[in-house]
Design a protein around this ligand. Structure first.
Ligand code: ATP
Ligand code: MG
Ligand code: MG
Length: 586
C-alpha cells in the first residue's frame, strides 16, 4: 500500500507539531465554563479536530469526506477528533438525526472515544458561556442591540462597491445595550424585533465584518435546552466559541467559510483579550468540498427525492446518503479510500462517481467470495445426460471460494441434465467474434465440462425458450481429459435441480447527467428511468444461507450484497453494488 499523499493540511499540522504551537495551553476560563470539557484534559500537545454536523438530516458522501479528513488527521498524528453536534438552531433538529449520524460515523470506522474518554459534544451545552461572552462584548463596547428592520439592516450593510451605513442604534451605551439584551433574553420582545450585533467596522471590504448579527430572538423550544432560551446564537458566532471551548487546534471547514475566517479570528482574539478564552486559540482552515458526479448532495433535494417517492427512502441503495451507500453494499473501506484518493486541496473540482466503484473493487477483489449466478436465465438442456450419467439427478462440482485464497475453502454445487445460462450466452446466428453457444460450437460450462450446442427450441412467438446441447464425454474440469478438447468460450451456469431463485435488485446511477443540479438545472429532468430493475435470477445453492450484508462477486457480473433488511434464506435478496469494470448501463 502506498502511503497517503500529503496535502496542505498535513503540512500545517506537521508544522504546528514541530513548532509546539499547542504544546502549552493555558485555559483562562472560569471552572464553570470549563466544566463541560473536564473530559478534555488540557495537558497535551495533541492536535484536536472536530466533525461538527448539524443534526438536521442524514449524512451523505460529502460528509464522508469531512469525517475521513477530520478523524483521519487526528488518527494519523496521534490527536483527537471530537464528534460535535452543532445544535444551536432550535427548529430543525431531531434525535433521529443524532442517532443516524452517530451510527454513520461508527460504521465508517471512526471512534470519538479516545483513551477511554468519550469526546462527544453538543454545542447547545455552551449556551451559558456564549451568553456570558455576548455580555462581555457589550461591556467592552463591542456589541450592540440593533432595532432596525431586517430590510433596513440589509440596505445599510452596503455592498462590494459601497461602504455600509451606521445603524442609528450603533452608538448606544454599553449600559443601554445590556439592558436591551437582557430584555431579549427575558422574552420581552417578539421574534425578529431586534438582534445583537458585533460592533466591528461598517466600512470593511469584507461584508462579514460589517457588524454581523450574533444573537437573534427565537421563541422556540430546543431539543436539549427546552424553553430555557428564547434567544439563540448565530452560527458564525457559535462555531468559533465551540471550537475554542473544546480546545480544537485545527478547525477544518469547506471553502464557503473562507470569508467568515476574519470574523472567526476577530471573535476569538477579542474573547482572549477579554480574558474569557486562552491562547493559543483554534485556527480555521478551508478546503474545497467534495463534489461527486451523478449525485446530488443538497439535503433539500435529497428530501424531495424521498418525499416524492422517486426513491424508496433515505436508505434507498441509489441514494448518496451513508445509509444508502451502506445498503447498496459499498464498504466503509471503499468510501474512505475514495475520499482519500479524491485529495484535499483548495481547488474545487468534481470527483467521478466511478472512483467509488474503483475503490470498491480494489477493496473487494481480494476479499469477496466468488459464486455463479444467472441474472437473465435461459434453460440449457443436455440431451445425452442419461447416456453419460444415467439416472443421477446431478453431478457434484466444486470451485474455490476465492481463486487466490485457498484458505477460504471450496463451494459445492451440482451439474444436472438442465442448467440455467445467461440468455445472451446463446446466439442462433453468432455475430463476429462470438465464442459462446451457437449451433455447432463447443463451450465449457465453468467448473463442469464441455458441451456442444445442437440447436434451440422456440415458442409460437418465435422466442427462444430452450437451448439444446450434448455433453462431450471425458471433459470434466479437474480431470486429465479436461484439456483434450480445446474451446474458446467458457460460460457460467447453475443447475436447474439445485439453483436457488433470488430477487436481484439491479441498480444503476440515479441521474443521466454528470452534474444533475448544476447551474440551477432541474435535477428531476435527468432521472435515469433504468436506475432500478428487479429480476428473478438463479444462484448457486450455498448463497441462500448467507447472512444479510454479505458481499459476493458473481463471476462475470460484478459485486453483489445480500440486502441487510430484506434478505432471508427463504427469500434471498441481493443488491448489485457495481460491475467488474466501469461501464455505464447497457
Ligand atoms: P447541507 O448544506 O446539505 O445542509 P451542511 O454542509 O450544512 O449540508 P453540516 O451538517 O453542517 O451539513 O455538515 C457537517 C460538516 O460536513 C461540515 O463541516 C461541512 O463542511 C462538511 N461537509 C458537508 N458537505 C461536504 C462536502 N460535500 N465535502 C466536504 N465536506 C462537507
Ligand atoms: Mg446545514
Ligand atoms: Mg452546515
Amino acid at each position: 500500500k502506498t502511503p497517503p499523499a500529503s496535502n496542505f493540511l498535513r503540512h500545517i499540522v506537521e508544522r504546528d507539531l514541530e513548532q509546539g504551537t499547542y504544546a502549552q495551553r493555558r485555559f483562562a476560563g472560569t471552572p464553570g465554563d470549563a466544566s463541560h470539557h473536564a473530559a478534555a484534559p488540557l495537558d497535551t500537545a495533541r492536535i484536536r479536530t472536530r466533525f461538527p454536523p448539524e443534526p438536521n438530516g442524514y449524512l451523505h458522501i460529502g460528509h464522508a469526506k469531512s469525517i475521513t479528513l477530520n478523524f483521519g488527521l487526528a488518527a494519523e498524528y496521534g490527536g483527537i477528533c471530537h464528534m460535535r453536534f452543532d445544535d444551536t438552531n432550535p427548529e430543525k433538529e431531531e434525535q433521529e438525526y443524532v442517532d443516524s449520524i452517530l451510527d454513520a460515523v461508527k460504521w465508517l470506522g471512526f471512534d470519538w472515544k479516545v483513551g477511554g474518554v468519550d469526546h462527544l459534544y453538543y454545542a447547545s451545552n455552551y449556551f451559558d458561556f456564549m451568553y456570558r461572552a455576548a455580555e462581555a462584548l457589550i461591556d467592552a463596547g463591542l456589541a450592540y442591540v440593533d432595532e432596525q428592520t431586517p430590510e433596513q439592516m440589509r440596505a445599510n450593510r452596503g455592498d462590494f462597491t459601497t461602504p455600509g451605513t451606521d445603524s442609528p442604534f450603533r452608538s448606544r451605551t454599553p449600559a443601554e445595550n445590556l439592558a436591551r439584551f437582557r430584555e431579549m433574553r427575558d422574552g420581552k420582545h417578539p421574534d425578529g424585533a431586534m438582534v445583537l450585533r458585533a460592533k466591528i467596522d461598517m466600512a470593511s471590504p469584507n461584508i462579514n465584518l460589517r457588524d454581523p448579527a450574533i444573537y437573534r430572538i427565537k421563541h422556540a423550544e430546543h431539543h436539549n435546552t427546552g424553553n430555557r432560551w428564547c434567544i439563540y446564537p448565530m452560527y458564525t458566532y457559535a462555531h468559533p466559541i465551540e471550537d475554542a471551548l473544546e480546545q480544537i487546534t485545527h478547525s477544518i471547514c469547506t471553502l464557503e467559510f473562507e470569508d467568515q475566517r476574519p470574523f472567526y479570528d476577530w471573535l476569538l482574539d477579542t474573547l482572549c483579550r477579554l480574558g474569557l478564552l486562552a491562547q493559543p486559540r483554534p485556527h480555521q482552515y478551508e478546503f474545497a468540498r467534495l463534489n461527486v458526479t451523478y449525485v446530488i448532495t443538497s439535503k433539500r433535494k435529497l428530501k424531495q427525492l424521498v418525499d416524492e417517492q422517486i426513491v424508496d427512502g433515505w436508505d434507498d441503495p441509489r441514494m448518496p446518503t451513508i445509509v444508502g451507500l451502506r445498503r447498496r453494499g459499498y464498504t466503509p473501506e471503499a468510501i474512505r479510500l475514495m475520499c482519500e484518493r479524491a485529495g484535499t486541496s483548495k481547488a474545487g473540482g468534481w470527483t467521478d462517481y466511478a472512483s467509488l466503484d474503483i475503490a470498491l473493487r480494489d477493496d473487494l477483489e481480494g476479499k469477496a467470495a466468488r459464486a455463479m449466478a444467472v441474472i437473465d436465465p435461459l434453460k440449457l438442456t443436455l440431451t445425452n445426460w442419461r447416456e453419460i450419467f444415467g439416472d443421477a439427478p446431478g453431478e457434484p462440482c466444486h470451485a474455490p471460494a476465492h481463486p487466490q485464497r485457498p484458505e477460504l475453502g471450496e463451494r459445492r454445487f451440482g451439474l444436472g441434465p438442465a442448467v440455467w445460462i445467461e440468455r445472451d450466452d446463446f446466439a442462433e446466428t453468432p455475430p463476429k467474434g462470438f465464442f459462446r453457444l451457437f449451433p455447432g460450437n463447443k463451450v465449457r460450462l465453468k467448473y463442469g465440462l464441455v458441451v456442444e450446442c445442437t440447436g434451440c427450441a422456440k415458442n409460437d412467438a418465435g422466442e427462444i425458450t430452450e437451448v439444446l446441447a450434448t455433453i462431450v464425454p471425458d471433459t470434466r474440469s479437474g480431470t486429465p481429459g479436461a484439456d483434450s478438447v480445446k474451446v474458446k468460450g467458457t460460460i457460467t451456469w447453475v443447475g436447474v435441480h439445485d439453483a436457488v431463485p433470488a430477487e436481484l435488485r439491479l441498480y444503476d446511477r440515479l441521474f443521466t447527467e454528470p452534474q444533475p443540479d448544476a447551474g440551477g438545472r432541474d435535477f428531476k429532468a435527468s432521472l435515469n428511468p433504468a436506475s432500478k430493475r428487479v429480476v428473478t435470477g438463479y444462484l448457486e445453492p450455498s448463497l441462500a444461507a448467507l447472512a444479510g450484508d454479505v458481499r459476493v462477486q458473481f463471476e462475470r457480473h460484478g459485486y453483489f450484497v445480500t440486502d441487510r433488511i430484506d434478505h432471508t434464506a427463504a427469500k434471498p435478496v441481493f443488491n448489485k453494488i457495481t460491475g467488474l469494470k466501469d461501464s455505464w448501463s447497457k
